[in-house]
Design a binder for this molecule. Structure first.
Ligand code: DGT
Ligand code: CA
Ligand code: CA
Ligand code: ZN
Length: 576
């Protein structure tokens, strides 16, 4: 049996939640939560470290006690401690914790005082007026909880995709900028860090003195606001019709940089920066950096990093995954940007399940300033999407050749997204794959094989010299489907040996390869291609989302093949 880092991380996160509900020592709660975060981002399989006898306390955030728990988990597949907590505390309380306005502490109170364990019981307790009489609750919060329950009737409350937040976020920013007296409007939090999903949106405003009240009034009047959750002189929160929660804070102009830094986070990055400040005998908070009583930075973020003796750290890197050390030693990567991109190597057209024709896709790509695109339809196995068999593919290749003759200023490459079959064979014969410019191989079926079988299947597919790019390598769909059970380190190594390029699929619910493995791939010398998998001309713009994930993976222009001119790009693909 394999135990994945992800599973250990979620066990630890669960322990943290349960301990918090129980009202346990906050340091212990934090230790579990931090360990969960570290494990989630780690690419080296902890299971293997355990089997190799590596001392786990060498991992950041893992002490002796947690190391023992990991060892036990890997060996037995279970955690006595977690089971003990689960026996003690009903699992439904963890669901209650996700309701806005109900953190672990309040859930604990409701549970202990009223015996409420489920959403239904909570609703009944509210209707009986029993919540408002509890200490620390009151009528206002009872109403809020009730409202939250009606907004999210029994459905799981989950984080929104970054791409689904973008339109509201920029509209809100633009709107706030237009208000009288406003000097700066910044979007902070996980949104600014480009995290794949966001819990809530954090907005900061700096305004002229005396305008605070009107700024606040404007904030809650934004047209997309459905409900005001709280309103204070410098801090308010609203709920948009899209179900996005937005926090606003008004800050002093002289502290705007420090506040942007603090509220951009991540929390782990902030804590690490604060530790560094303590070592320098400084104090740092959302108002600035202080040496004794003297404020030495705070108006700008750049100034703050400078005062800390660090190079400026891009928001996408602020996860406390080595960026502070790198900034200290002046070895931060020069992150890739959207303007580095010269082409897109994965897209579909009306020939299968795309919404726009070949001509339209080519024209739109040209409009974006691209040098080349590859049209990569599905192969026959993906019948739902009208996948092509050899005959239809050959016909389409002729159509593409003809189109290429017609259009100027952009090269259309003939490609395929060939399905990787259950045993690792490709869904089309080598005789036709050989005649294509770009062969992307992806798995679309049988995604639930055991780890060994799934990993072998993918490596077997890469053994075919015609497979040049491995498409959406983990198969994850954010909020909907877990990644496949695969040994990605082995796959990346196999890709390196064979000269296979890994795709970072830019679809907002894929972002696959995930950023931590992009980083690993680059470190192992395996190139990445950022592709949109566009099914329409507008979809070509998703490149931006892929680039954000690439930046979170520390990638530079050099690590990504579609930043290169056509001939050079083709030269980086494996020879067949
Ligand atoms: P989210 O909203 O769950 O997607 O994630 P964030 O990172 O946007 O988190 P949020 O909205 O709770 O807080 C925004 C930022 O404020 C966070 O990234 C770092 C900072 N922050 C919040 N709470 C703490 C804290 O307890 N300690 C420190 N050092 N920073 C905090
Ligand atoms: Ca947030
Ligand atoms: Ca927030
Ligand atoms: Zn696909």
């Amino acid at each position: 049996m394999t135990v994945h880092n992800r599973e250990i991380a979620s066990a630890f996160a669960r322990i943290a939640d349960l301990l918090e509900i129980r009202g346990d020592n906050p340091f212990r709660v934090r230790a579990y939560r931090e360990a969960a975060r570290v494990l989630e981002d780690m690419t080296e399989p902890v299971e293997r470290m355990v089997k190799d006898g590596t001392d786990l306390t060498g991992i950041k955030g893992i002490g002796k006690d947690l190391a023992e728990k990991i060892n036990a988990f890997v060996e037995t597949g279970r955690l006595d401690y977690l089971e003990k907590l689960e026996a003690e505390i009903p699992a439904s309380l963890l669901e209650l914790m996700k309701i806005p306005d109900l953190g672990p502490k309040r859930v604990a109170v409701i549970y202990k005082e009223l015996g409420v364990e489920t959403v239904e019981e909570l609703r009944a307790a509210i209707e009986a007026g029993r919540i408002s009489s509890l200490k620390g609750f009151g009528e206002k919060s009872e109403q809020k909880i009730f409202q939250a329950l009606s907004d999210t009737p029994n459905k799981k409350i989950h984080r929104m995709l970054l791409a689904d937040v973008e339109a509201s976020a920029s509209a809100y920013q633009k709107y706030m900028k237009e208000q009288p007296g406003v000097k700066h409007v910044g979007l902070a939090g996980s949104y600014r860090r480009g995290k794949e999903t966001v819990g809530d949106l954090d907005i900061l405003v700096a305004c002229r003195d005396g305008f605070e009240e009107t700024v606040m009034a404007s904030f809650v009047r934004f047209e997309e606001v459905e409900r005001v959750l709280s309103r204070g002189p410098t801090k308010s929160a609203v709920f948009l019709r899209s179900a996005l929660r937005v926090d606003l804070r008004i800050v002093e102009k002289s502290s705007y940089g420090a506040a942007m830094h603090y509220f951009t986070g991540s929390k782990a990055h902030n804590i690490a920066i604060r530790k560094l400040a303590v070592r320098k005998k400084y104090k740092i908070n959302e108002y600035g950096v202080f040496e004794g009583r003297k404020k030495i930075a705070g108006e700008t973020e750049a100034g703050l990093y400078e005062a800390m003796g660090l190079r400026y750290i891009e928001p996408e890197l602020r996860e406390n995954l080595g960026e502070i050390e790198a900034a200290k030693e002046n070895r931060l990567p020069r992150l890739i940007g959207i303007s580095d991109i010269r082409g897109d190597l994965h897209m579909h057209t009306t020939r299968t399940d795309g919404r726009n024709s070949l001509e339209e896709m080519a024209a739109a790509a040209k409009e974006l300033g691209y040098e080349y695109i590859a049209v990569t339809e599905h192969s026959r196995k993906v019948a739902m999407a009208g996948g092509l068999d050899e005959t239809r593919l050959r016909k389409y290749m002729e159509v593409i050749d003809a189109e290429n003759e017609k259009v100027d200023g952009i090269t259309i490459l003939k490609g395929i997204e060939v399905d990787i079959l259950r045993g690792g064979d490709l869904d089309l014969p080598d005789s036709v794959l050989r005649d294509l410019d770009i062969v992307v191989g992806s798995i679309h079926y049988q995604q639930r094989f055991p780890v060994r079988q799934q990993t072998d299947r993918i490596i077997r597919a890469m053994d075919n010299p015609h497979l040049q790019i491995l498409g959406h390598p983990t198969g994850r769909l954010l909020n909907r489907r877990e990644p496949m059970d695969i040994d990605l380190e082995r796959i990346i190594e196999a890709a390196r040996e064979r000269g296979v390029v890994l795709e970072l699929n830019a679809q907002p619910d894929r972002l696959d390869l995930p950023h931590n493995y992009c980083k690993l791939a680059a470190e192992m010398g395996v190139p990445i291609v950022v592709s949109t998998d566009a099914h329409s001309t507008e979809n070509l713009l998703l490149m931006k989302n892929g680039i954000t994930e690439a930046r979170r993976g520390w990638l530079t222009r050099r690590d990504v093949i579609n930043t290169r001119p056509l001939a050079e790009m083709l030269g980086t693909l494996r020879r067949r």
